[in-house]
Ligand binder design. Structure first.
Ligand code: ZN
Length: 131
């Protein structure tokens, strides 16, 4: 699948989510229709640990089901780094790869963002920018 264009309004909406959740991490799904990432679906961060996020498997399955009923699908996951750069942490690299990983968007409350393709090795940077 080609690298998606990240619509500005989508990045701004996720940035608002990141700022609202600071100092915790926000998280959710990137939502696609066809080949386009068109929106996001915020999900509950199931961990209270600092500098971490966890998406509950049941929450995720329910969200995916809702999306598919309306012709949309999850294209990846977003989360925020309240205190660090939008680069995958060791924990991100350990946990977020595999069949369900999809694209990984990381945003900071300051407006920096980066879209990654997770791999077993170093993640591949697809796009980055600042709002
Ligand atoms: Zn992270």
């Amino acid at each position: 699948m080609p690298t998606p264009l990240m619509p500005d309004r989508l990045l701004r909406a996720i940035l608002r989510d990141a700022r609202a959740h600071r100092p915790r991490e926000c998280c959710g799904l990137l939502v696609a229709r066809g080949d386009r990432v068109e929106s996001h679906l915020p999900l509950r961060n199931a961990t209270s640990a600092p500098a971490a996020f966890s998406i509950d498997a049941l929450d995720c399955a329910a969200a995916e089901q809702r999306l598919r009923r309306t012709g949309r699908r999850p294209a990846g996951v977003y989360h925020s780094h309240p205190f660090g750069p939008p680069h995958p942490s060791r924990r991100d690299r350990d946990l977020l790869w595999g069949e369900h990983a999809g694209w990984q968007l990381i945003v900071t409350p300051g407006g920096a963002w980066a879209l990654w393709q997770p791999t077993r090795g170093p993640w591949r940077l697809l796009q980055q920018g600042a709002l």
